[in-house]
Design a protein around this ligand. Structure first.
Ligand code: SF4
Ligand code: FES
Length: 251
């Protein structure tokens, strides 16, 4: 296959960026999208030019680092997969492919396609944990959990923290990410003692990081490679309301 890439190049956070064009010739349709970028980088290195900076790690849809916008869509044209799971057979011979970094105030560009997504880590640090007593591990099944709650908690825990929901949202909101992280703990008995404190702290960290508010567009759910449902945002809103009422009661 032959394709033409238009790749966002930006030397650093403060540098002015712009698209650079790279013709790619003779790439196998079975090559992954990242292997195609590796090939382009090898050619750039041979020519003594700066390779395209992009993040990747697991290359199997687990780590969430391969975050980029391909032809206007975070993680590319298909639903339910990450960029590293995308293959060149998803494109046609002769296609033009536009590749950009995730764009959001809370995700400043580091270089080319790499953005700083540590704002998501700060939301987790604010409350994405449970405090447990040390000592022996409790017996398995000592704490019964309803099957429906386990299933929903595991659905929420599928979030890989990639940030595609932010990139897709017209408000650059990280509410789907935050809702998933809050739900996977808040649905389990172990997550109950800090449930409302967790919601308050994580929402405060979300807002402080510069993410926008959710206005129910649903673009986040469509872009999410793990197909996390916006129902978790509705659950988050209910928990926020309960947290506020508890605040009032303690006045
Ligand atoms: S909710 Fe989906 S899109 Fe958002 S960070 Fe998690 S996995 Fe990525
Ligand atoms: S490289 Fe890990 S999810 Fe794509």
């Amino acid at each position: 296959m032959n394709v033409t890439l238009h790749v966002w190049r930006q030397a650093g956070p403060e540098a002015k960026g712009g698209f650079a064009t790279f013709p790619v010739e003779g790439i196998s349709e079975h090559a992954s999208f990242l292997e195609m970028l590796d090939m382009v980088n090898q050619q750039l290195i041979v020519k003594g030019e700066e390779p395209i900076a992009f993040e990747h790690d697991c290359r199997e849809g687990i780590c969430g680092t391969c975050s980029m916008v391909i032809n206007g869509k975070p993680h590319g044209p298909h639903k339910g997969i990450t960029t590293c799971q995308l293959h060149m057979r998803s494109f046609r011979d002769g296609d033009e492919i536009w590749i950009e970094p995730f764009r959001a105030t809370a995700f400043p560009v580091i270089k080319d396609l790499m953005v700083d997504r540590s704002a998501l880590d700060r939301i987790i640090q604010a409350g994405g944990y449970v405090s447990v007593s040390t000592g022996n591990a409790p017996d398995a099944n000592a704490v019964p959990i309803r099957k429906e709650d386990t299933d929903r908690s595991l659905d929420a825990a599928a979030c890989i923290g990639c940030g595609a929901c932010v990139a897709a949202c017209p408000n650059a909101s990280a509410m789907l990410f935050t809702a998933a992280k809050i739900a996977h703990l808040g649905l389990l008995p172990q997550g109950q003692p800090e449930r409302y404190e967790r919601v308050r702290k994580m929402i405060a960290a979300h807002d402080e990081a510069g993410f926008g508010n959710c206005t129910n567009h649903g673009a986040c759910q469509n872009a999410c490679p793990k197909e996390i449902s916006v129902d978790f945002i509705a659950r988050l809103n209910r928990d926020m309301l309960r947290a506020a009422l508890r605040d009032d009661e303690s006045d």
